[in-house]
Design a protein around this ligand. Structure first.
Ligand SMILES: Nc1ncnc2c1ncn2[C@@H]1O[C@H](COP(=O)(O)OP(=O)(O)OP(=O)(O)O)[C@@H](O)[C@H]1O
Ligand code: SF4
Ligand SMILES: [Mg+2]
Length: 346
């Protein structure tokens, strides 16, 4: 078993190392630079995602975490051009040297599924209720010149790969004949059919009960290692992140407030918001059994407070925090924080 597989609930096993022995060719990173998404709000256009930068590094799981409304889904979906019609998007999403934000619709459709696949929270978003699971996987392969018989064979292989028992028989079943966890596995099989290098998973386990959740997270960890996939895992749940993320991007009110290797970010947060998140989840906070809920409510990205957006909730806030927006800066190698006083937290 790989040392990067998720641990049982309550223990955090997070590797800072890239996996070895992966069977795919080098995929490189997907680089997100200064991604900004403006949407119409009560006071005109507002940058609800503002200057977000991070890398989805090869063979690693990058966790995108933050409270509801912090811009996680908008950020993740923008990587494959899935933004609201009213959105104005700027910045760069670099696949190699190609900026996907300026690629045409046809090219983005080509990229989606073949290079970058999406796993949604709700399998009904991706699965067609009127087609068998096998035909849905097969449909992707037929488009690639594979024969019907070969496509069915590959569909069975993929269903086996994602842990669906009796795959040779289940390949002929419809989505409603599957349990919630099995539908999620089938959606992951569908996402893998085009052999993507990058997977975007937006709250992929939130709708599942805890036991099934752990199995799906285990599966995603195994696929990352075996297929050398780079994953972006979006979740508001720090327990999920502490089990599977290699790198963390912490978002607050549409901006990145902290970034770094997950293990070190969770052990020694360099932003008071991350610190408050960690304290709010006892199983993540080492040596603590007591939850310390976050004070106040999340900032509205359509109407951020001036200065640091976290200042109304921050116990360390000083006058400067109410007027001066803190820049995201490198505090230690690979560790970035957008707090004026990050050095004092290390
Ligand atoms: N289609 C849209 N039109 C207008 N506003 C939107 C739209 N989609 C998202 N927003 C707003 O943009 C902000 C960020 O939304 P987003 O869905 O990215 O948050 P999130 O971090 O994924 O939250 P959650 O944890 O609840 O899924 C929120 O204030 C949300 O209301
Ligand atoms: S910049 Fe100020 S308000 Fe913002 S997190 Fe740091 S101390 Fe708190
Ligand atoms: Mg979301």
């Amino acid at each position: 078993m790989s040392d990067k597989r998720p641990a049982p609930a309550g223990t955090a096993v997070i590797s800072d190392q890239a996996p070895e022995g992966s069977r795919r060719a080098s995929a490189g990173s997907l680089r997100v630079r200064e991604l900004t998404i403006a949407l119409p709000g009560p006071r005109g256009m507002a940058e609800v995602v503002d200057g977000v930068s991070f890398d989805m590094a090869e063979g690693r799981t990058t966790g995108l975490i933050g409270e509801s409304g912090s811009g996680k889904s908008l950020t993740a979906m923008a990587l494959v051009g899935l933004v609201p019609d009213t959105a104005v998007v700027s910045g760069q999403v670099l696949l190699g040297e190609e900026n996907l934000l300026t690629a045409g619709r046809a090219r983005i459709r080509q990229v989606r599924g073949a290079e970058i696949s999406v796993v949604f929270q709700d399998p009904s978003t991706a699965l067609n209720p009127t087609m068998t699971i096998g035909d849905q996987v097969g449909e992707i392969l037929w488009g690639r010149g594979v024969s019907r018989a070969q496509a069915r064979e590959r569909a069975v292989e993929l269903l086996e790969h994602v842990g669906i028992p009796d795959a040779a028989h289940r390949v002929g079943a419809y989505p409603h004949e599957f349990s919630g966890g099995m539908r999620q596995r089938a959606m992951i099989a569908l996402a893998l059919a085009g052999e993507p290098r990058f997977i975007l998973a937006d709250e992929p386990t939130t709708a599942l009960d805890v036991t099934v959740q752990a199995r799906i997270l285990d599966l995603l960890g195994r696929l990352r290692d075996e297929d050398n996939l780079s994953m972006l895992l979006v979740s508001h749940d720090l327990r999920v992140m502490s089990h599977v993320a290699d790198d963390l991007v912490v978002m607050y009110a549409g901006r990145v407030c902290e970034r770094g290797a997950a293990r070190t970010v969770l052990r020694t947060p360099l932003h008071p918001y991350t610190g408050a998140l960690v304290r709010s989840v006892p199983s993540v906070r080492v040596g603590s059994a007591i939850a310390d809920p976050l004070p106040g409510s999340p900032a509205n990205p359509f109407d951020r407070p001036p200065g640091c957006p976290f200042n109304p909730r921050c116990p360390r806030a000083e006058d400067r925090c109410r007027t001066e927006v803190p820049a995201l800066r490198e505090i230690a190698p690979g560790r970035l924080s957008a707090c004026h006083f990050a050095e004092e937290l290390s």
